[in-house]
Design a protein around this ligand. Structure first.
Ligand code: C2O
Ligand code: CU
Length: 469
């Protein structure tokens, strides 16, 4: 049903470990304003050329932040204030959205809704505090399908005041590209067929901007792997063979440390998972990481290759403690306002045959409205401080990762059944014909996007505005 091609033109060695790759070229400087220390960063969005696949394939023309794929990692500490100067050297307008960060509305980076797009040659300064620790990311919110699809994204890491003890804290930004045989990006963005199906799923998967055959690890070490799905449409389902991964955070928010359901870490587009890996194998061994999300299209993402060095420690470590909770207010379910968001549209597939479109011109809709991104009237208006329960109903034949800006929400039920962990997320993956009920306190004033993060679906109308007045 999902028409995708097998990823990987070729797989070759990634010589450097991911940790060294992410220690990139952001150049933080410190100053003070008010009470919180201010950390300054600069991001230049511009075309560049990078090696995604590696020799003998040529480099790939991409659009990137600070000439790297992924863009410079922004790493700060909980409670700090960020000032980020964004310079647009692309040939089209752009914005930057800080996905998952509960920033003030004016800093949210949504064109026409929260700011004017940053025209080519122009600059914009984003400034906000990061109230919550966790794994976040940043990406454009203008022509998102093409701009993210050509490489614009980066990790935004907010460290805990007291981080958990690990030997290494690494970030894997997962990318998905549609490349031609010469490793150039195929430019068929927004093609109608894909927009109304699973979205633009590529044929080449990268970790931190490289097709990776092996990543080196050391026996006995404990890794915190921050997984970020920066793909425009691909869903990942990662299995860590021979290891017992423990999820300690989802979308930046702590969860009770636990093994992933069915041994698979599922990451919808835009979602993150913090995974603790105890490297329990022997020096010289390898442990495969597979992506088994799409049935019959499983592939090996990477091999974790143990160095020949002796184990870091004898014996095993204690199980990790739960990370300290972030600062979200608890929704009051007894007095919450209740709303429904019904997702419709897209191709229906029946017995392998495509059976026409949803009834909406642009392909996708929420509560019957296919939004254009301009002059969007709010779908819901909440008064500030009110609790809200929103029942998301997916009436389509496709997965949708649904993202709310400016807030994290608890997933309180799926298909009418209470969830076990009531996890806090900012993007919830809703399978075909299923539902998810989310709850949050509308405590951040402004007009907030609520949309599918399969970027072709967003462009195709699956977005709305929730106003907190
Ligand atoms: Cu990750 Cu509306 O965005
Ligand atoms: Cu969608």
């Amino acid at each position: 049903m999902h028409s995708i091609r097998r990823p990987g033109i070729d797989r070759r060695s990634l010589l450097a470990g991911s940790a060294s790759l992410v220690a990139a070229a952001a150049f933080p400087r410190s100053s003070r304003s008010g009470t919180a220390p201010v950390r300054e960063f600069a991001l230049v969005a511009a075309p560049s050329r990078v090696s995604l696949v590696g020799p003998p394939y040529p480099d790939t023309d991409v659009w990137s932040y600070n000439a790297g794929i992924p863009g410079s990692e922004i790493r700060v500490r909980q409670g700090e204030r960020l000032r980020i100067l964004v310079e647009n050297q692309l040939s089209q307008a752009t914005t930057v959205h800080w996905h998952g960060v509960r920033a003030p509305n004016a800093m949210d980076g949504v064109p026409f809704l929260t700011q004017k797009p940053i025209a080519p040659g122009e600059k914009f300064v984003y400034e906000f505090e990061v109230p919550d620790a966790g794994t976040y990311w940043y990406h454009p919110h203008h022509h998102s399908s093409e701009q993210v699809g050509r490489g614009l994204s980066g990790a935004l890491i907010v460290e805990e005041i007291e981080p958990p003890a690990v030997d290494r804290d690494v970030v894997w930004v997962l990318g998905d590209w549609r490349l031609a045989r010469d490793a150039s990006i195929v430019s068929d963005f927004g093609n109608r067929m894909e927009v109304t199906m699973a979205g633009r799923i590529g044929n080449t998967v990268t970790i931190n901007g490289r097709v990776s055959e092996t990543i080196s690890v050391r026996a006995g070490e404990r890794l915190r792997v921050r997984l970020v799905n920066a793909a425009p449409a691909r869903i990942f389902g990662l299995e860590f063979r021979d290891l017992r991964p423990l999820i300690i955070g989802l979308d930046g928010q702590p969860v009770e440390p636990r093994e992933p359901p069915e041994g698979r870490v599922v990451l919808g587009p835009a979602t993150r998972a913090d995974v603790l890996l105890d490297m329990s194998g022997k020096p010289g061994a390898t442990a495969a990481v597979l992506d088994t999300f799409y049935r019959d299209l499983s592939y090996k993402l990477v091999d974790l290759a143990y160095s020949s060095e002796p184990p870091v420690r004898a014996g095993s470590l204690d199980p990790p403690a739960r990370l300290r909770a972030n600062t979200m207010p608890e929704p009051d379910l007894g007095h919450a306002e209740k709303y429904t968001a019904t997702l419709e549209g897209g191709m229906m597939s029946g017995r392998g045959m495509m059976m026409g479109m949803g009834g909406h011109g642009m392909g996708w809709s929420i509560n019957g409205v296919a939004a254009s991104g301009h002059d969007m009237a709010p779908m819901i208006t909440l008064s500030r401080g009110r609790s809200c329960v929103l029942a998301i109903r997916n009436e389509t034949a496709w997965f949708h990762p649904i993202h709310l800006h400016g807030h994290s929400f608890r997933v309180i039920a799926r298909n009418g059944q209470p969830t076990r962990d009531r996890e806090w997320l900012d993007t919830v993956l809703v399978p075909p014909r299923e539902g998810a009920d989310i709850a949050f306190v509308a405590d951040n004033p402004g007009d907030w996007m609520f949309h599918c993060h399969i970027l072709d679906h967003q462009d195709g109308g699956m977005m709305a505005v929730i106003r907190v007045a």
